[in-house]
Design a protein around this ligand. Structure first.
Ligand SMILES: CC(C)(COP(=O)(O)OP(=O)(O)OC[C@H]1O[C@@H](n2cnc3c(N)ncnc32)[C@H](O)[C@@H]1OP(=O)(O)O)[C@@H](O)C(=O)NCCC(=O)NCCS
Length: 179
């Protein structure tokens, strides 16, 4: 599913972008907030990850996009849609450090939400974003993309060095249609 705006193009990753993905996934924020991701994230990890994504896309259990610059086609980051059950879905995302700080992921979230809720798109009802209570960047981007805090679950998020509260954000089709 190709999604586009003036600034962004959401498309599949290409094999020749492995080095950029590896660099984007090797950093302190990922190590801290997403401790299940190997550090450093090597080219071999990228190949395994891309293979896994292809299998899940073929099975219809996940949509995954490279968020690319519409003009240069440079891969800026990743947006993934999973746990698609009963009209729902969950989103996860990350940006290469050189693409952070200019609203890229908020715009990408808007694009995916618009398609997900559209009757002639996925026709979904609810989208969730789950993150650690202390992940201020992830929380703020969710809020700026129209997601509302639904609940907080104390101690339910595993960090590299301990535990945190899990925060669950939601955006619904009702809010999207303004009713
Ligand atoms: C989450 C992530 C994609 C945000 O991208 P970004 O480009 O940094 O975000 P933006 O520049 O668009 O900033 C959006 C808002 O978040 C705020 N923000 C960004 N980083 C922040 C930080 N470290 N602390 C507090 N606020 C932060 C910005 O100030 C901005 O809010 P404002 O417009 O009110 O000032 C990026 O930080 C990232 O890749 N993090 C690592 C992976 C991760 O944690 N993913 C979330 C898993 S769901």
């Amino acid at each position: 599913m190709l999604l586009t705006s003036d600034r962004l193009r959401l498309r599949p990753w290409r094999e020749d972008e492995a080095e950029r993905i590896a660099t984007a996934r090797t950093n302190q924020a990922t190590a801290h907030f997403l401790p299940f991701i190997p550090q450093p994230f090597t080219a071999a990890d990228v190949r395994f990850w891309l293979g896994d994504l292809a299998e899940q896309a073929a099975a219809g259990t996940r949509f995954n996009w490279c968020v690319a610059d519409a003009e240069t086609d440079l891969g800026l980051g990743n947006l993934t849609l999973f746990r698609m059950e009963q009209g729902g879905g969950e989103l996860g995302y990350w940006l290469h450090p050189d693409a952070q700080g200019r609203g890229v992921i908020v715009e990408a979230l808007e694009l995916v939400a618009h398609w997900f809720f559209a009757p002639d798109g996925r026709g979904g009802q609810r989208l969730a974003i789950k993150t650690a209570s202390t992940n201020r960047a992830a929380r703020r981007t969710a809020e700026l993309a129209g997601f509302r805090l639904l609940r907080t679950e104390p101690d339910m998020y595993t960090l590299a060095n301990g535990r945190d509260a899990l925060v669950v954000y939601e955006r619904t089709a009702q809010v999207d249609s303004g009713s």
